[in-house]
Design a protein around this ligand. Structure first.
Ligand code: GLN
Length: 280
């Protein structure tokens, strides 16, 4: 005997209940997941609550909801997310872009000279480089990442947005940066400490560790970058780094010790210290 087909309304309700223990936004998550399973917009979902799910649709939706319960983020399950005013494809090999990283993009665009040369370290899905390239077609951006799959993904995101002013390159923190100097060097480096309980939270627990965690209480990548970037400065070069909400002071100390002249901490929208901007 086959089970009665579910209506979309019933499926959304059941999913919302299943997701309430693992998500802060179970209703919205359920809508995104079912919209992805049915390949329809969320608006369509709202207008078709009595839609009878086919067995294939039901299986696809339920499997997505189960994966969400296992800790995968909605963005990873749907394979895409929005950043500022554009959207990108995502895979589980890269971080889901965070709202605090939008701050970095906005800051980076402030006072950027014409035809600026920019280096982004650890580009992941490419969102930072893409945001700069979209806003400033006159600039040339070099985006690096140690992961070949991340570079491939970022490249395909750039292609979808028809951007031609970004060059992508695979290389870890030891690789030589091509180009003598840059006007702006920026990164959202790994900065979470190894035993931070945040790493166990839903979504984060399924993200690539190497993009999140750094030794020395989360500061090692910041240290390496601050020092390495000094070899590529001219008089007006700026360094812009995202960091943890409790790393404002330590990050300024690190960049100043590396030889950067002036540095300041920038706050995100909720007012938490989130980025360090340093100049020559
Ligand atoms: N802000 C991220 C988080 O909350 C961490 C990102 C990073 O380490 N670069 O998980």
């Amino acid at each position: 005997m086959t089970a009665e087909p579910l209506t979309l309304r019933q499926a959304l309700l059941e999913s919302r209940i299943r997701l309430s223990s693992c998500s802060d936004s179970p209703a919205i998550d359920a809508e995104w997941l079912w919209s992805h399973a049915l390949r329809r917009s969320r608006v369509w979902l709202m207008a078709h609550s009595e839609w009878l799910l086919t067995p294939a649709e039901q299986a696809r939706g339920e499997s997505l909801v189960s994966r969400r319960q296992e800790g995968y983020s909605v963005a990873h399950l749907c394979g895409e997310c929005e950043f500022l005013d554009f959207s990108v494809r995502l895979t589980p090999q890269v971080l889901v872009p965070r709202p605090e990283t939008e701050l970095l993009a906005e800051q980076a665009l402030r006072g950027l000279p014409r035809r600026a040369r920019i280096l982004e370290w650890g580009t992941g899905s490419g969102v930072l480089a893409l945001a700069l390239a979209l806003a400033r077609p006159d600039c040339r951006i070099l985006a690096l990442d140690q992961s070949r799959t991340a570079i491939k993904l970022a490249q395909s995101n750039a292609l979808r947005l028809r951007l031609t002013n970004i060059r992508f390159m695979q290389g870890d923190w030891r690789c030589r940066w091509p180009g003598s100097t840059f006007d702006l060097i920026l990164a959202n480096p790994p900065y979470v400490a190894l035993h931070d309980p945040h790493l166990q939270s839903p979504g984060v627990c399924r993200e690539p560790r190497h993009a999140l965690v750094a030794p020395v209480r989360g500061t090692q990548a910041i240290r390496i970058l601050a020092v390495k970037a000094r070899r590529h400065v001219h008089r007006r070069t700026r360094l812009l780094l995202e960091h943890g909400a409790d790393q404002g002071d330590v990050c300024r100390k690190i960049v100043e010790r590396a030889g950067w002249g002036r540095s300041k901490t920038l706050a995100d929208l909720p007012g938490l210290p989130r980025a360090c901007l340093a100049s020559h």
